[in-house]
Design a binder for this molecule. Structure first.
Ligand code: PLP
Length: 382
């Protein structure tokens, strides 16, 4: 089945009791048994819910996995992945990642003896030297957030596999339409489905997908034992969002190319971070592992003044100033004070995340209107 068919059909059957074409919202906490242990595969809704099961089958298909596990948020999904480790184990993560992921690794799991280091993954050979005997999980985010760096998933996973180290790719920025890490050798792929997968900024949700039966069993145990499961209504909204995933992401990527080109040519704009540019340091890898270059980009104004950045951030009308990304509507954000405020300033500056950096999540509005919106906001800068 090709991608556009999978989003509509994979794992989805008409409801057997009514023929309803849309998966019903099974808003129930428990299921009646005919006799003790004699049930229809559903006992208690933390453990199993039919709406969630359909969504899990669909998500597994989108990432070419065998099993998907849904969680109440992207960070709840990450929490389950880290619980695969033991105290004393080390997570080796890329050094440019979602602020909340950094916070969970350092401030939640640091307390329980999970060690961590954040390193540059842009060059796999240099990265290989960073692996220690304690390294048990390699955490990859690509494109990275918010600097839009590209990590060579296949190269890093090959190194990890040769040393028996688990790999997890946070694929939120790309979405399953653009990039499928399991095909490139990753053990686990994670999404904040709050973003592109849901796509309508109306639900918080997360998932992990694998094709390794043993990891699936361990994660299934953790999903039930820790209990951060999504409600059926949220699963329904994600299923509904997925049906247009390919159309939305394609349209947003097409808009992003034009916006990146507009910004790069603007006299008041200094750097534009966008993996679709030929002079992006890992453009060739992006081209190899992604279907299109994504709809996220960041830029800095000439002079790098925070006041100038604030002028732009406060004066767009179609680009709404808000956290998050991946919805149909365009968003503008200030990573230093918003999504990445939980990362120490020195660490931010070390990867180029200046106090004046502006991040865009390009939506699917008319691109001429989006460009005009940015033009008038940038023109207000003295
Ligand atoms: C938003 C986000 C997360 C966290 O997901 P939530 O659904 O907000 O918990 C993780 N990784 C990336 C890249 C994100 O953008």
């Amino acid at each position: 089945m090709k991608f556009a068919t999978k989003v509509i059909h994979a794992g989805i059957e008409p409801d057997p009791s009514t023929g309803a074409i849309m998966t019903p919202i099974f808003q129930t906490s428990t299921y009646v048994q005919a006799a003790p242990g004699d049930h229809k595969g559903y006992e208690y809704a933390r453990t199993q819910n039919p709406t969630r099961s359909v969504l899990e089958k669909n998500l597994a298909a989108l990432e070419n996995g065998t099993d998907a596990l849904c969680f109440a948020s992207g960070l709840a999904a990450m929490d389950a992945v880290i619980k695969l480790l033991q105290s004393g184990d080390e997570i080796l993560s890329c050094n440019d990642l979602y602020g909340g992921s950094y916070r969970q690794i350092v401030r939640v799991y640091g307390k329980f003896g999970i060690e961590s280091r954040f390193v540059d993954m842009s060059n796999p050979k240099a990265f290989a030297k960073q692996i220690s005997k304690k390294t048990k999980l390699i955490w990859i985010e690509t494109p990275t957030n918010p600097m839009l760096g590209i990590v060579d998933i296949a190269a890093i996973c090959e190194i990890a596999q040769s040393k028996g180290i688990l790999t997890c790719v946070d694929n939120t920025f790309a979405s399953p339409y653009l990039q499928n890490p399991l095909d490139l050798g990753a053990d686990l792929v994670l999404h904040s489905a709050t973003k592109y997968i849901g796509g309508h900024s109306d639900v918080v949700h997360g998932c992990v997908i694998t094709k390794n039966a043993d990891l699936a069993t361990q994660l299934r145990f953790l999903q039930n034992a820790s209990g951060a499961v999504p409600g059926p209504q949220d699963c329904f909204l994600i299923l509904r969002g997925i049906k247009t995933l390919h159309l939305r992401v394609k349209a947003a990527c097409e808009n992003a190319v034009k916006i990146a080109e507009f910004l790069a040519a603007h006299p008041k704009v200094d750097k534009v971070y966008y993996p679709g540019f030929k002079d992006h340091p890992n453009h060739k890898i992006a081209k190899k592992q992604m279907r299109m270059f994504g709809a996220m980009l960041s830029f800095d104004l000439k002079g790098g003044s925070v006041a100038d950045a604030t002028t732009v951030l406060s004066n767009t009308h179609l680009f709404s100033l808000a956290e998050s990304l991946g919805g149909v509507e365009s968003l503008i954000g200030h990573p230093a004070s918003m999504t990445h405020a939980s990362i120490p300033r020195e660490s931010r500056l070390a990867v180029g995340l200046t106090d004046s950096l502006i991040r865009l999540s390009v939506g699917i509005e008319d691109v001429d209107d989006l460009i005009e919106d940015l033009r008038q906001a940038i023109e207000r800068v003295a």
